[in-house]
Design a binder for this molecule. Structure first.
Ligand SMILES: Cc1cc2nc3c(=O)[nH]c(=O)nc-3n(C[C@H](O)[C@H](O)[C@H](O)COP(=O)(O)O)c2cc1C
Length: 171
């Protein structure tokens, strides 16, 4: 089995989450050797023909997935809908992380592509890395710098996917 973990990320927080998910997916499950897993930015994916399953993620900005992720989902909608697919979003920041609601376009995307799961994980904010426009937005919503990513939660979600992929097809 060949699995693609693909992502859009502006400041690398989501890219590292994709790497962590891939590490878990590669592990053997119940004695079966793990799948081959490629991790690629959405812009580096050519075709999905070689992949049996896809995990697609993006960070959320202003309530939406990044444009490259939305474009990737649109341009590959038929191939994605034909494969086991999981979506993840990286966004909420602060303690407790906010906003709590999943982005509406992600909910719609998960439905239209028949995704087997869609999860939003808390993200990371480092104001020093941001452009001027982004800094102004962050000031406006008074978001606090920090790395709010919960690696145990991310790895547990990936382990659920690994178990689903290892299960017999009709279960
Ligand atoms: C300008 C700006 C706008 C943001 N808007 C949202 C948002 O609407 N919803 C959300 O959940 N997170 C929002 N975030 C938080 C980011 O999604 C979060 O920091 C994410 O983990 C960044 O991932 P990346 O480094 O992979 O791009 C925003 C961050 C910035 C800097």
């Amino acid at each position: 089995m060949h699995v693609l973990v693909t992502y859009a990320s502006r400041h690398h927080a989501t890219a590292s989450m994709a790497q962590s998910i891939a590490e878990i997916l590669r592990k053997p499950v119940e004695g079966l050797s793990g799948p081959t897993v490629d991790v690629l930015a959405v812009d580096d994916v050519d075709v999905l023909d070689d992949f049996d399953a896809v995990v697609l993620g993006s960070s959320v900005y202003m309530g939406r997935w990044l444009k490259p992720a939305r474009r990737f989902a649109r341009e590959n909608s038929a191939a994605l809908a034909a494969r086991p697919l999981w979506l993840f979003s990286s966004g909420p920041i602060g303690d407790p992380p906010a906003p709590t609601a999943e982005a509406t376009d992600v909910i719609a995307l998960a439905e239209s592509l028949g995704a087997r799961g869609s999860r939003t994980f808390a993200g990371r904010l480092r104001t020093a890395e941001l452009g001027l426009g982004e800094r102004a937005t962050v000031r406006l919503v008074r978001a606090a710098d920090g790395d709010y990513r919960d690696w145990d939660e991310i790895r547990a979600w990936a382990a659920d996917i690994a178990r689903a992929l290892a299960a017999p097809v009709d279960q």
